[in-house]
Design a protein around this ligand. Structure first.
Ligand code: UDX
Length: 439
């Protein structure tokens, strides 16, 4: 099969590359000429474990191509995926669909023969219908269907998630379009991945409902963590005790500094807007968003309180800047709420992140970037863990203690909670670990 993927951002590049690995001929298109040149040279613009080898292999085997010219790609394609960005629109939180519609317009003029136009970008319910109208207006004679096929990729595990998904969701009423989608995903059909064949609107909503539900689990456990601290309970045990109930499940019940990234914050806001526009109040999602926003802001106060009420003139070591491990993505990272507040309160911040320091320079100022976790904490008055990278999980606590000015460890991801750092002489603060900071 021949497939065009429009947009070489996270979703487009991972999907295009994995489809080529399935044996299809894939042409990835992006307007950014510099990015396309770099991709052709095998340079990957995002940090995603395993992606570089997969791109290199499929480019070498001539199944994966990159171009800036949509006209080289679309004519003769069986499917055209729209995988351009849908950022939150400033002001109202609605998804900005200008890139999606611009891509659809261009695709319309180039369609040749029957083609399925597929939305892979997360688009509000009803967007597929709008795209269909738009293409029909431009090319009334074009032979096409518009299907929805949302992605559920986690950054840092995107290839695994593509190759071994929990499910594939395909939204279309057209049997012809469904057949093409089935051929495209054939290896996954063969290994019995569950397929949800449904209407386009339903498929579009599945994506938002899934992300909003996961965000709900996180905000829920974060509120329970606050309660644990006051009651002297342990949120990790509460989560385990809850999660063993199969109806609840153990995942996404890790208390922490609040969710970030490119999906949850954006998609929950967009879902709220959809609710408002359709006069359906989504009170739970609204609470989830508020709880998360407040939580990220509260984390800096928590650090200041652990430092005895002031960080003026203190050196604070921050481990982890990315919104989660195995990515260099800084979007909506809790570090972006925490670090500026520490700085405004007079702290000097020394930070280390295994992948995101370069990216962090676009967001944060006046930080000293360290060459290793130990370099960051040398002479610091407190060590704060913001992101749970594996390489922070097995620090030599004796060495940590000897390097720190005072043995204060604020662990916003609870990665040391079970190691009992207090026994090693640390003043230890986890999250939801039944230890109340005196206010
Ligand atoms: C998410 C969805 O998982 C994926 O299906 C969707 O397609 C895109 O959005 P991603 O944003 O890459 O993926 O990261 P994910 O691993 O889901 O984590 C999101 C955020 O939630 C991170 O900030 C993470 O630290 C936080 N989180 C996650 C918690 O705080 N606690 C948890 O238990 C799980």
């Amino acid at each position: 099969m021949r497939v065009t993927v429009v947009g070489t951002g996270y979703v487009g590049l991972v999907s295009g590359t994995c489809f080529s690995e399935f044996g299809h001929e894939i042409i990835c298109v992006d307007k950014d000429a510099d990015k396309i040149e770099r991709l052709k040279a095998g340079e990957i613009p995002i940090y995603e474990p395993g992606l570089d080898q997969l791109v290199e292999k499929n480019v070498r085997e001539e199944r994966l191509h990159f171009t800036t010219d949509l006209a080289e790609a679309v004519p003769g394609s069986d499917a055209v995926f729209i995988a351009v960005g849908t950022p939150s629109r400033r002001g109202d939180g609605h998804a900005d669909l200008s890139y999606v519609y611009a891509a659809a317009e261009e695709i319309a003029s180039l369609l040749e023969g029957y083609t399925v136009v597929v939305t892979k970008s997360t688009v509000p319910v009803g967007t597929g219908r709008e795209i269909e109208k738009l293409i029909s207006n431009i090319r009334p004679e074009a032979d096409f269907d518009v299907a929805s096929n949302p992605e559920f990729l986690r950054e840092g595990a995107a290839i695994e998630d593509f190759m071994r998904p929990n499910r594939i969701v395909i939204g279309t009423d057209s049997a012809r379009a469904r057949e093409i989608m089935r051929d495209l995903y054939r290896p996954l059909y063969l290994n019995e991945t569950p397929i949800v064949n449904t209407a386009r609107e339903t498929s579009e909503l599945i994506k938002y409902a899934s992300n909003a539900f996961l965000a709900t689990k996180i905000s829920f456990i974060n509120e329970i963590a606050d309660l644990c601290e006051v009651l002297g309970a342990d949120v990790q045990d509460v989560a385990r005790g809850m999660g063993l109930d199969k109806r609840i499940g153990p995942k996404f019940l890790h208390a922490g500094p609040g969710y970030g990234g490119s999906c949850f914050p954006k998609d929950t806001l967009a879902l709220l807007r959809t609710g408002e526009l359709n006069q359906v109040p989504l009170k739970i999602v609204e609470a989830v968003v508020d709880v998360n926003r407040e939580r990220k802001l509260k984390m800096a106060d928590r650090i200041i309180e652990a430092c005895g009420g002031s960080v003026e003139g203190k050196k604070i070591a921050v481990l982890g800047l990315a919104f989660k491990p195995n990515t260099d993505d800084m979007r909506e990272s809790p570090a972006l709420d925490i670090i500026p507040v520490l700085q405004q309160n007079g702290a000097e911040v020394h930070a280390f992140d295994p992948a995101a320091m370069e990216e962090a320079r676009n967001y944060l100022t006046d930080i000293r970037y360290a060459s290793s976790p130990y370099d960051a904490m040398d002479g610091a008055d407190a060590l704060v863990i913001v992101t749970e990278w594996n390489e922070f999980r097995a620090l030599d606590l004796k060495r940590v203690k000897s390097l720190l000015n005072s043995p204060l460890l604020v662990d916003l991801r609870n990665i040391y909670a079970k190691a009992n750092p207090a026994a090693e002489g640390f003043d230890y603060y986890g999250v939801g670990k039944g230890r109340v900071i005196e206010r």
